[in-house]
Design a protein around this ligand. Structure first.
Ligand code: MG
Length: 464
């Protein structure tokens, strides 16, 4: 009897030991597991197009909820005022000029973001993340440049902008649909995103939801037609907002909301020459294609329930390139040492525990350095002017400009003539930062003019 009791006691001890161990391992795993990251990119969304950024004729309750329960960045810059370089900057943490991505790729482009670049998807994958991009890629559509060759496990979406010839759906490296119905696109990207999140709930994951909208041409599903007070443009944003809500609800149901950092932002400012089919810059000067605030300052919010303090507002400058070192820090991954990274780890800013380590920013348009921001001051280099064309707003020629962005975010009051000394100091600092970049590679966006000698031949022949 005694032996039996002893055996039962020993058995209980062993069971208890294993239970304790299992619980310990489980909590260790829980603390060890890095956060999931969902990065939602709108395309050509203006600074004034979200409820939490002042829009009254577009309702965005879900994105507003992200702002209310998370952090709002009021001075957040895209890496470029156009699509491809903006994406390259986000994915690599580097100014796109460092890799020659100075403009947008076209369906006839034979180039893409160089494979030697290290993307955030590659870094996160090295730490066991499942990585996916759903939506627009726009960093080269030749096989060697596609997302699966740049660190993504999964890709579903369109290879370039939705206004370009031969826009198709791709799944991985294959074209799966030649004739696409753009009215269903936003919904489809959301469905694919929900599937990605659900399938990978047991692993850390990185999802880059890269919307094709509200880039023109605008399309919306039947369900959202006429839903806003801002016409088709507003309807499109409201459908995107609905999708953000669906993602948050899904994370909540899967019990992942407290372990997921969600970011909503835009690749560049609004395409204002498209009038009511372009967005609103919310009072900022100019839009897409320009390095005035309207082209570069993008509405940005981030939610990480229980980790980012609720209702935080950050007015200091930050940039899309900051996500690269920030995600790396959150996942405890060392940054590549063999290249310059322009972004700065802003995890302290996210947690409300500190400021961004750098308060300056270089503004490029293509390969041209256009201006510089340091703290509240922004200096802009002389500009030859541009006459409005069907694709780009006009802007009169100007000499050097100096703005106090704290008092004048709309860049209306040029303070150069009364603050020349300050402007000179800023230009010196700008040039120092620019020189430190070293020699930059030639542009990868090559559009050689076609040889049209045959037309010339006919023209001359008929002249005779
Ligand atoms: Mg864009």
């Amino acid at each position: 009897m005694k032996t039996l009791k002893k055996n039962i006691f020993q058995l209980c001890c062993v069971v208890l030991f294993f239970c304790c161990n299992a619980i310990q391992n489980q909590s260790a795993n829980k603390t060890k597991r890095p956060p999931n990251i969902i990065f939602i990119f709108a395309d050509d969304l203006g600074y004034g197009d979200l409820g939490c950024f002042g829009a009254r004729d577009i309702k965005t309750p879900n994105i507003d909820r992200m702002a209310k329960e998370g952090i709002t960045f009021t001075s957040f810059y895209s890496a470029s005022s156009v699509s491809s370089p903006s994406r390259a900057g986000f994915l690599t943490g580097r100014l796109p000029q460092r890799m020659g991505v100075n403009g947008v790729f076209f369906p006839q482009s034979f180039t893409g973001m160089p494979s030697e670049e290290v993307t955030i998807a590659e870094l996160l994958k090295s730490k066991g993340y499942k990585t996916g991009i759903i939506g627009k890629w726009h960093l080269g559509h030749r096989p060697q440049f596609l997302p699966l060759q740049q660190g993504f496990d999964e890709y579903y979406g369109i290879p370039y902008s939705n206004d370009m010839h031969n826009v198709v759906y791709m799944d991985g490296n294959d074209i799966v649909e030649h004739h696409i119905d753009q009215a269903e696109m936003t919904k489809r990207f959301h469905e694919k995103s929900l599937s990605f999140v659900t399938r990978h709930r047991d692993d850390p994951f990185f999802l880059f939801l890269s919307h094709a909208m509200p880039h023109v041409p605008l399309y919306v599903s039947e369900q959202f037609k006429g839903s806003s007070k801002r016409g088709l443009y507003g309807d499109v944003i409201q459908e995107m907002d609905w999708g953000v809500g669906a993602i948050i609800d899904t994370l909540d149901k899967l019990n992942l909301l407290e372990n997921t950092l969600i970011i909503f932002t835009s690749d560049n400012g609004p395409w204002s020459v498209m009038e009511d089919h372009g967005g609103s810059s919310g009072g900022l000067r100019q839009g897409k294609f320009y390095t005035f605030e309207g082209g570069m300052r993008v509405p940005t919010v981030a939610l990480w329930k229980g980790t980012i303090p609720e209702g935080l507002v950050n007015n200091d400058l930050a940039s899309q390139m900051d996500w690269f070192p920030t995600f790396a820090a959150l996942a405890d991954i060392a940054l590549p040492k063999d290249r310059a990274i322009d972004g700065v780890d802003i995890s302290k800013v996210l947690f409300g525990k500190g400021k961004r380590a750098k308060d300056s920013y270089l503004f490029f348009s293509g390969e041209q350095l256009m201006g510089y921001r340091k703290g509240q001051w922004k200096v802009k280099m002389p500009f030859a002017g541009f006459e409005r064309q069907r694709w780009k707003q006009g802007e009169p020629a100007h000499d050097t400009l100096l703005f106090d962005l704290e008092k004048d975010p709309g860049e209306k009051n040029n303070l150069y003539s009364t603050n020349k000394k300050l402007a000179r100091t800023l230009i010196e600092e700008m040039n120092k930062e620019y020189a430190a970049m070293g020699e930059l590679p030639p542009s990868l966006i090559v559009r050689n003019p076609a040889d049209e000698g045959h037309y010339e031949y006919l023209k001359n022949k008929h002249k005779k």
